[in-house]
Ligand binder design. Structure first.
Ligand code: NAD
Length: 242
């Protein structure tokens, strides 16, 4: 059996910690690989375009990038989401901590998902009543969406650059990582903080990194696999007979 297969088979409290690379096979581009947003987007940086400042001062620019590049309502979970859910159902992993906002882990059946950066599927207006809005309502209006009830701008419940993480989500993720007997980190360049810094709460010696290319955390991991997530997890699940 491979080392990953052995560790997963022994694990009862594992956590999967992921990023945009988990969803690339669903047709959602990541930020930092060759086909990612950072490479494509000349001019304004994605950090500015996806910041609170841009949302409030130049909402048209924010929504232009957000609606065309970040939100993909038709996307379906891919093999990686399904394999992770299989490992949860088999009792080897307990939860997912994700930097993604696409809701695809839940669409694959996973219930315990700590969405560090929120979800594009939840929205509210910036008026005093914070009326909720659906993603459908946001996407149906051209340009900047407005609240049908009060007319204020609608914003996604996602954590923009310049904003802090939700404390309940953060505490849940920290708890899961602190109690984990194995952590698989996959499909993330681990460049975005404070999300990447949460890995310090895992104090065990089974930190596994699965990524298509090297990351700055490779030295800190106990096992590094440079490969695609869907294939790597698919092979290990087969090996485990799941
Ligand atoms: P990133 O783009 O910085 O890094 C993604 C990493 O995944 C890259 O190193 C890439 O080589 C790797 N990768 C891509 N496809 C892979 C695959 N199939 N198998 C294995 N590895 C693969 O992404 P990040 O670290 O998550 O940071 C980007 C930030 O942008 C996050 O904060 C996230 O919230 C946000 N984001 C979210 C989505 C989404 O919701 N799907 C998409 C893009 C960006």
């Amino acid at each position: 059996m491979t080392r990953l297969g052995e560790w997963l088979a022994e694990s009862r409290n594992g956590v999967f910690f992921g990023g945009a690379g988990v969803s690339t096979d669903s047709g959602i581009p990541d930020f930092r690989s060759a086909a990612g947003l950072y490479t494509k987007n000349g001019g304004d940086s994605p950090e500015y375009l996806l910041s609170t400042e841009c949302l409030h001062e130049e909402p048209e620019k924010f929504y232009q990038l957000y609606k065309t590049e970040l939100v993909h309502p038709q996307a379906q979970p891919n093999a990686a989401h399904h394999h992770i859910n299989t490992l949860i159902e088999a009792g080897h992993l307990t939860s997912v901590v994700t930097q993604n906002i696409d809701g695809l882990h839940q669409a694959a059946g996973t219930q315990q998902v700590f969405e560090l950066h929120g979800s594009a599927w939840r929205n509210h207006c910036v008026g005093s009543e914070h009326h909720p809005a659906t993603l459908e309502q946001v996407m149906a209006q051209p340009g900047v969406p407005h609240c049908p009830q009060c007319g204020a701008m609608v914003r996604p419940d996602v954590v923009l650059y310049g904003e802090g993480l939700d404390m309940d989500v953060l505490n849940g993720a920290v708890n899961a990582l602190a109690n984990a007997d194995l952590v698989i980190v996959g499909g993330t360049s681990l460049n975005v903080y404070p999300a990447a810094g949460l890995l310090q709460y895992y104090s065990g010696d089974r930190l596994v990194l699965i990524n298509a290319e090297p990351t700055g955390w490779d030295q800190a991991a106990n096992l590094v696999i440079h490969g695609r997530l869907g294939e790597t997890l698919g092979a290990v699940i087969e090996e485990m007979g799941l």
